[in-house]
Ligand binder design. Structure first.
Ligand code: MRU
Length: 359
């Protein structure tokens, strides 16, 4: 099995997702600047995985601060956080993880640089391990929605590669399979970065879960043929009202699913739910380089200089979403009340506060 991201004595190790499926390579990122660049360049991608990478980047950065002067240390720490926060704007898990690291910093900074760096490393590893645990929980909640013999369509990659492990949408599918259900996956290729073709198919094949690759514009055909029983996707940010930002093309899939009366499910940890954002209209949408659209790898597929748009995400209005599967349970409409309720209950039950004992 592969590991998406891990801490090592040399730095942060990540599987290079730009090179999959052709090459399985694990470069080491030795500085926080390198980690930030890796997030920007999509060596690592997927909302929860980006959060883990940012947390490890903060820990790595804090270890490297030379100054023993508290004020200077503080400035350098803030600048590390700012650099990592400036990598990708849509996935809220990035900011959530950095905020969590800042909280640890505030609680430990009076203990001196070595102690604060150790506490930050512990917290980054905790975020990593917790992510896998929460994905498994999400999987067991979501598997109840998948019937034996289901054909499930998914978009982008919301799998082990997009998280610390196991996955969100693919975690739900994995859990259903682990319960003995027969599941077949239809994977949208997900233009332009091809996360579906390159990553989802790769990791499902490794697990021997039957998967058929389709191009994005084939989804309607398969739905009309009655060959899709439900859709399960991940999310980069979910607004308080249940609007879902996810990989570009998700909205089209949701509209098609509604037309064909196919349930459209979203699987995401509660850290992806951003109650500070009232609706999807306020979610910032990353615009990426037109080159990702005009080129396939190094090969141009459009005339030289052709203008191209490249919004990396879109927002699916909550009215298209049948349920949001989280680590704390499944939220149904009305999402405004039910998401708030789930977050509130989980906040009370699940304390993230670190303790000196666990350092
Ligand atoms: O641009 P990416 O590859 O980071 O986009 C990833 C997605 O849109 C995923 O569906 C989302 O982050 C959920 S991952 C569990």
């Amino acid at each position: 099995m592969f590991e998406t991201i891990a801490w090592s004595d040399e730095g942060v190790v990540m599987i290079d997702q730009r090179k999959l499926p052709a090459v399985e390579e694990y470069p080491v990122f030795k500085t926080y600047e390198e980690v930030a660049q890796a997030i920007k360049d999509m060596v690592i991608r997927g909302a929860p995985a980006i959060g883990v990478a940012a947390a490890m980047g903060v820990a790595l950065g804090a270890e490297s601060i030379k100054s023993r002067d508290p004020k200077r240390f503080d400035q350098e720490f803030q600048s590390i956080c700012t650099t990592l926060a400036a990598t990708r704007p849509t996935a809220v898990n990035l900011f959530w993880a950095i905020e969590r690291m800042k909280g640890v910093y505030r609680r430990h900074k009076s203990r001196g640089p070595a102690a604060v760096a150790a506490a930050l490393k512990t917290e980054a590893l905790r975020i990593h391990d917790e992510d896998i645990r929460l994905n498994r929980r999400m999987g067991s909640h979501g598997a109840a929605l998948i019937q034996d013999g289901s054909r499930v369509l998914t978009h982008c990659n919301a799998g082990a590669l997009a998280t610390a492990g196991y996955g969100t949408a693919l975690g739900v599918i994995r859990a259903a399979v682990e319960q003995g259900k027969r599941v077949e996956v239809l994977a949208d290729e997900t233009r332009p970065f091809l996360q579906g073709a390159r990553l989802t198919v790769w990791e499902l094949q490794k697990d021997d879960i039957p998967v058929t690759l389709i191009t994005d514009n084939m989804a309607g055909y398969y739905m009309k043929q009655g060959q899709v029983d439900c859709v399960v996707v991940g999310a980069d940010r979910i607004a308080a009202n249940g609007d879902v930002a996810n990989k570009i093309g998700t909205y089209s899939v949701a509209v098609l699913a509604r037309e064909h009366q196919i349930p459209f499910y979203v699987a995401a940890p509660l850290s992806t739910v951003d109650l500070d954002v009232p609706t999807g209209d306020e979610i910032p949408i990353e615009q990426r380089s037109p080159r990702e659209v005009t080129h396939l790898g190094e090969r141009a597929i459009a005339p030289d200089g052709a203008p191209a748009g490249n919004p990396a995400f879109d927002v699916t209005p909550h009215r298209y979403v049948a349920a949001i599967i989280t680590d704390a349970g499944v939220a149904r409409p009305p999402f405004l009340e039910n998401l708030r309720d789930l977050k509130g209950r989980a906040g009370n039950l699940d304390s993230h506060a670190d303790s000196a004992l666990s350092l």
